[in-house]
Write a protein that binds this ligand. Sequence first.
Ligand code: ADP
Length: 471
Amino acid sequence: MLRESLQYLYEQAPCGYIFTLPDGTIARVNQTFLEWTGYERRELVSNTRFPDLLTRPSRMFYENQYAPLLRMQGFVKGVTLDLLRKDQSSLPVLLNSVQRTDAAGRPLLVASTIFDATDRRRYERELLLERRKAEELAAIVAFSSDAILSASPKGVVQSVNSGGERLFGSPAARIIGVKLRELLAAEGGTAEWDRIEQELREGRPVLAELAAVRPNGGRVEVSAALTPLVGLLGEVGRISAVVRDISERREAERLQQEFLAMVSHEIRHPLTAIKGYAQLMQSRGTYSERAVDTIVEQARRMERLIDDLMVASQLEAQRLDLRLVPTELVEEVRTAVQQMPFEAHPVRLDAPSEPVPVLADPQRLGQVFANLLSNAAKYSPAGSEIAVRITVEGARARVAVTDRGVGIPAEALPHLFTRFYRVEDTAGQATGLGLGLYLSRRLAEAHGGGIDVESEPGAGSTFTVALPLSP
Ligand code: ADP
């Protein structure tokens, strides 16, 4: 009875038993081992060497390391190897072996127990994957350009990434231990922070526009996502804060706001004049040449403004739409001069008698001259002359517009063709969007030419457009 029980235990044990001769030939195996590997007992016993039941890498390891170690110290414990089943699939196992010797110390038999290591393998692999995932996340946090902080439930910073060091202008050691409410100023002050903390305590995330406070007192506009990490019992364990610098976006919004206000102003001005003169004629019931002239002139001014805005938006979208056709330059310049309201300025046009052919989009080229002429008028005193000179030099035509106005300080010259730039000293003298010169240069360049400026403060300026002659 006992013998049978022991036999049963041996055969059906939750582990494999295997006995091998010193040369590795299998002498005995239990049922469990047979079930795991799919072999019949007779296929293995006396017919197969144990190493031949291993995958290639495992066999090499067994022959070169495991077996010598076993001979040397008499036992080996807890080594993982891959068994090869009869159907050639592999089974990870944990192998423990003991060597039996005779009285003279010669090896007789090796007894091994084998445990299925599939679960353990899977567990190890999952652990490894989890660790890799955690490392990846840590790398994302470390290299994020956003500031990422974690804080205690009371809002005291416990860790901060390098993005946070950059944003707050302090090393991590100076940020850790400080309260979030001191690092991030709220426009609504203490009351707003009390409200934010209340929300967080109740487990709700908060999205707020705040200001990051730097040690020198400087402030950076930020958007902050504050998230309470709620535990199983509903308690707030930690607060995570992702803080992003939005100062550039805010600045762009402010510029856009300012720009819209200026555009409205620029449109309103001619519109008021048009309406005023039209109403005057309406109420008097008479035709006035002066009124009609003004209406046409102001309508042209609005048209120029709208053309400028359109080209600006095309440039912004990098889709400037030019329709180049053979064009006579002198004629274009003459038209541009005629369309300007120059009552206040005598204009002298100096042009060669023969035609100057260029390849151009007449409307866009007209815009360049209109801008230069209108600037010459805007930034020079009434009564002073404006000279327009067309010349041909080699393969280029040049149109120079010279005024005797306020001129431009040398330090402003490099910025003159930048979008929205206006010279501070003289900007108050006339309204404008600071777009004209920027557009004019880009348009001249799109025609294969360019614009240059020479100026002497107090004496006047010359803007010269160069264009390639059409062959
Ligand atoms: P704005 O709409 O302000 O006239 P522009 O781009 O045409 O914009 O010109 C940019 C700035 O360059 C102007 O604000 C002005 O300060 C300066 N400027 C342009 N043309 C002249 C000029 N002929 N004389 C003096 N200053 C000029």
